[in-house]
Each structure stands twice: as C-alpha cells, then as structure tokens.
Design a protein around this ligand. Structure first.
Ligand code: NAD
Ligand code: ZN
Length: 374
C-alpha cells in the first residue's frame, strides 16, 4: 500500500507492506532517481544494536549485491541515543566516509533512530537525502510520518531538532515479527489515539479487528496504512504545528508527565504505555469538566485492558510523586503558555478538540483525586 504525504514544497510516499526490505533496492533506486541515474548510490544506514542483529544483514546484503556502497552506523538501543555525543558520532562517521550532499542516509529502526538519523540528515551539508525504514509499530504509524526530527536536551525531550521530510518511507511489516510484544502494544496505543482524535469509526473497527492487527497479514497492513493516512492528512494541513496538528497530542500531556515521573524507575513506562494511561486521564478529565459521560471512558479503558495496555495510575509499578511534583512535570512540557495549559479534551467518543485555557489548578485538583484512589 502507498500513502502519499502532500506538502507545500515536497511530496513523498510511504510504502507499506510485507517483504519490502528484500525489495528495498528497487524502491531506493526509484525514490532516489531524481539524482543522476548513472551516479553510484552511496548511503549510510543508521540503526541500533537490536535492529542490526535482526535486520541489518538482510538489507545490507541486498544493497551490496547491487553494488550500492553502504556504511552501517550502529548505535546503542534506547532513548539515550538521542543525544549530542551520539549525534556527533553519527555525523563524524558520515563525514569520514566522505558522503556528499547527493548521498543518502537510511534510518533503519524505531523512532529513536528515525529522529536521530533524520536530524543528522537535515544538518549534514545542509541536508542530505534521507529514507526512513521504520521497524517499530510506533515508528511505522507515527514517528516516520510528518518530518519531525531531533534529539533530547537536559532540559527536556525533543527540544533540539528540525522539520525535515524524507525522500520516502519504506515500512516493511515483516520486521514487526521480531518486535517485543510490549513494544507492539505501546505502538498500538497511538493507533487507538488516531481513532479517538476524530475517527470514531476507526476506533470501532479496531475494537472488532484488533487481534488481526496484532498479527501478520492484510488487516495489519490496512491498519498501518489507515494510521499513516490519518497522520499524513493532519501534517498536510499543518506541517509546522500551528493548529490542528496539536490534536496528535491527545493523551500526551499526562503521558509525558508519567514518563518523566518514572524515568528513573527500573520498570519504567515506555512511551505508548504512558500515552495509554494519558488518554484515559484526558477522558476522565473531560468527564470532570462535564464534556463526556463516564461510559465513553469505560469503553476505551475496556479496550486497552483487552489488549494488555495499562489504563490507570494504579497500574504503574512503584510509587508516583505527589500531585504538586507531577504538575511541575506538566509545566516543563513545551505546551505550556504562561498560566494556561493547552490540553486535548474530548466532547464524545472520537471527537477531540484543543482546549487552550485550562487552569493549572483544575488539573492539580484532578491529579490529587486520581492519586487518592491508589
Ligand atoms: P525505539 O526506537 O527505542 O524502539 C523500541 C525498542 O525496540 C528498541 O529497543 C529497539 O532497539 C527495538 N526494536 C526496534 N525495532 C525492532 C524490531 N523490528 N525487532 C526487534 N526490536 C526492535 O522506540 P520507538 O517506540 O520506536 O520510538 C520512540 C521514539 O520516537 C521516542 O524518542 C519519541 O520521542 C520518538 N517519536 C518521534 C515522533 C516524531 O514525529 N518524530 C513521533 C513519536 C515518537
Ligand atoms: Zn506519542
């Protein structure tokens, strides 16, 4: 399946399907054909240790067979790789190999690799060609679409980065076979989020078809393609997040708060899990503001439970800080303007909206209540 992302200055395809890594050479040639067809293709493959162990060889063999010059650059797996030292390392390797502006960087990995390699591609020689080959469900439906790249700073996640669109995205669903099921579920939370933003039918479809989405086959591919299409549409209308793109943050204000709160725990939440709880909290908060009835939240909660996602603060192992401390994590988040918080709230199942004037006190009171129930 192909989803096209249409932007003002640039259009690119997201190709989704089985067996795409094996066919990568023709895809890569096709999407890089804009440059002289006689020039030899040279590329750097940025990946992490886990992904390299499973999938690098398949890709590299195909490329080498086709006389495509490749340099693999393998970094440690995990969020820590979205840092200045690792970025510098990646850049140095690319420069030492004398890759030039017309050469390409492939990101083969999850969101961490996509963000890191995309950022490197955007700044090396003021921009090299870039191809995303996302290998987690989250990366296939979310982080590889939309062109946000970046690394973390000591002062917060994703604070240093660029908007930089790839030449194409190649999402091979076969690689999901090796993805740990916990990572798959976490990505699935973002898929459910797309339904809850403004497509109640997609949410209902997921409720019925989730088992097929969790296993290899056409339904899984369809779910990924529908998710990409949804994100692509939002990005088309709002490439630089001045408006509706903020809807994608549904569940993320509370979610980031929980990720920050559990960063140093040995059994910390991963992003999609924090988002799952964040989505439920955003709905409960909407209940409290008399926007929706509890039945809406209960339905979503039931679905998350069915697939094995956490749904409440009580599902988090370890002790959470008090509500005041949690609030400071929300205030550090970049969505804060002065004394008002921007939240994504909801009016009904699958009808979210951007609320710009939420008072921090209301949130604090809400969090206190939620913590008391534990
Ligand atoms: P990740 O890249 O850390 O991958 C999760 C884990 O799965 C890692 O340990 C990785 O090594 C492993 N893995 C990846 N693919 C695998 C495979 N096929 N088989 C086996 N193991 C595999 O995490 P993620 O959840 O993909 O992405 C999270 C990152 O994405 C965060 O840094 C977040 O900020 C970023 N993000 C960016 C955007 C964006 O728009 N740019 C959007 C959402 C999230
Ligand atoms: Zn997210």
């Amino acid at each position: 399946k192909i989803v096209t992302v249409k932007l003002n200055k640039h259009c690119y395809d997201i190709v989704i399907g089985s067996g795409l890594i094996a066919q990568a050479v023709s895809k890569i040639k096709h999407y890089l054909h804009q440059k002289s067809s006689h020039q030899k293709i040279r590329l750097a493959i940025v990946t992490d240790k886990n992904v390299a162990a499973f999938h690098l060889n398949t890709l590299q063999t195909k490329l080498v067979e086709n006389e495509i010059y490749t340099i693999p650059i393998i970094v440690e797996a995990g969020e820590q790789s979205k840092s200045f030292p690792i970025l510098q390392n990646v850049i140095d390797k690319i420069l030492v190999a004398r890759l030039e502006r017309g050469d390409s960087i492939i990101a083969l990995g999850g969101g961490v690799i996509g963000d890191l390699a995309g950022f490197a591609a955007s700044i090396i020689r003021r921009g090299m060609h870039f191809i995303q080959m996302p290998t987690t469900l989250l990366a296939q439906i979310d982080s590889s679409v939309g062109g946000k790249t970046g690394i973390n700073s000591l002062y917060g996640k994703n604070l240093i980065g660029t908007f930089y669109q790839p030449q194409c995205v190649i999402a091979d669903t076969d690689v999901l076979n090796t993805l740990p099921s916990r990572e798959f579920r976490a990505g699935y939370a973002e898929m459910v989020k797309y339904g809850l933003i403004n497509q109640p039918h997609f949410f209902e479809w997921l409720e019925k078809n989730w088992q097929k989405v969790f296993s290899k086959g056409p339904t899984q591919i369809e779910a990924i393609a529908r998710s990409c299409q949804f994100k692509a549409d939002i990005v088309t209308h709002d490439e630089h997040e001045t408006g509706q793109r903020a809807l994608l943050n549904l569940g993320h204000t509370f979610g980031h708060m929980l990720e920050t709160a559990t960063t140093y725990d040995s059994n910390r939440l991963i992003h999609g899990e924090a988002v799952a709880i964040g989505i439920i909290l955003a709905h409960q908060f909407s209940e409290q503001l008399n926007l929706i009835s509890p039945t809406v939240t209960q339905r979503i909660k039931a679905h998350f439970k069915t697939v094995g996602l956490p749904t409440q603060l009580q599902d988090i192992p370890g002790k959470l800080p008090d509500a005041e401390t949690l609030m400071t994590f929300i205030a550090q988040d970049k969505k804060v303007s002065q004394n008002n918080l921007t939240f994504i709230l909801t009016r009904a199942l699958g009808q979210s909206f951007i609320a710009k004037n939420v008072s921090p006190n209301t949130v604090l009171t809400f969090l206190k209540q939620k913590l008391m129930k534990s």
